[in-house]
Design a protein around this ligand. Structure first.
Ligand SMILES: C[S@@+](CC[C@H](N)C(=O)[O-])C[C@H]1O[C@@H](n2cnc3c(N)ncnc32)[C@H](O)[C@@H]1O
Length: 224
């Protein structure tokens, strides 16, 4: 499937909001597809992504594979799943692909569960699932400041992002636990990992609080 990179990038920037909800037409724009054309060649892989994203992609794609280590996350999707969504209980490091290479991989707020060494291994595994020129859309909690700015950067982020009530988002306690217990890394460490894994970074958006990053990456034809 031929993809206009500029279309993918501009659409990807505009349509993915914090909620992760995408209507099918918007998902089509994300993929840079003209919905009137035959899109049956599209294979789409969601790795620890969102339920809504997989549902939005389903009408546009021949095959959608929703991968998550968490059974409850997959059960929630299965309840509403379209017939072409396959749910696979596996992770970045254990998923075994069967069939044609995929055109797109989407992952949101999942890669930070792996330490950096394993992020590199995971990204390489993702690159190997994609057709040359295929697109990885990666969103995660990633720090876009230097180590000398870490204390202030984390404090600014938590002050800006924490909510009072858990039903409204992430509380201060949850964000503190994230920094303490999970493996969010720096953008300037993640980006070389992406490149070494075989991706060209087409766009990077760090948002405004220094703790989120959204990338559109294209699988290079060769890993040189
Ligand atoms: C913070 S939740 C994010 C959920 C959803 N992606 C979102 O953005 O709202 C992290 C997700 O990553 C999944 N996850 C954790 N470790 C993973 C791994 N090694 N491979 C794939 N998914 C993983 C968890 O099961 C969970 O669904």
């Amino acid at each position: 499937m031929a993809l206009e990179t500029t279309a993918v990038v501009s659409a990807a920037r505009s349509v993915i909001g914090a909620s992760g909800w995408l209507m099918p037409k918007t998902a089509a724009r994300l993929f840079g597809m003209d919905v009137s054309k035959d899109v049956s060649a599209a294979l789409f892989l969601r790795l620890g992504g969102t339920r809504d994203f997989a549902l939005a992609a389903a009408p546009l794609c021949k095959r959608v594979i929703a991968v998550d280590v968490s059974r409850p996350m997959l059960e929630a999707l299965r309840d509403r799943a379209a017939t072409n969504i396959e749910c696979v209980q596996a992770g970045f490091l254990s998923y075994e692909h069967d069939g044609e290479l995929v055109d797109f991989v989407y992952t949101r707020n999942a890669l930070h569960h792996l330490p950096d060494f394993w992020k590199g291994v995971a990204l390489r595994r993702v690159a190997e699932l994609l057709v040359p020129g295929g697109i990885l859309r990666l969103r995660d909690l990633v720090y876009s400041f230097g180590p000398d700015e870490a204390e202030a950067g984390i404090a600014n982020w938590i002050d800006a992002a924490a909510v009072e009530r858990p039903e409204d988002g992430w509380t201060r306690e949850e964000l503190v636990a994230h920094v303490r217990d999970e493996y969010s890394t720096f953008t300037w460490l993640l980006e070389p990992l992406l490149e070494r894994a075989g991706f060209e970074i087409v766009s990077a958006d760090y948002g405004t609080v220094g703790a989120y990053a959204a990338y559109v990456c294209r699988r290079k034809s060769s890993r040189a």
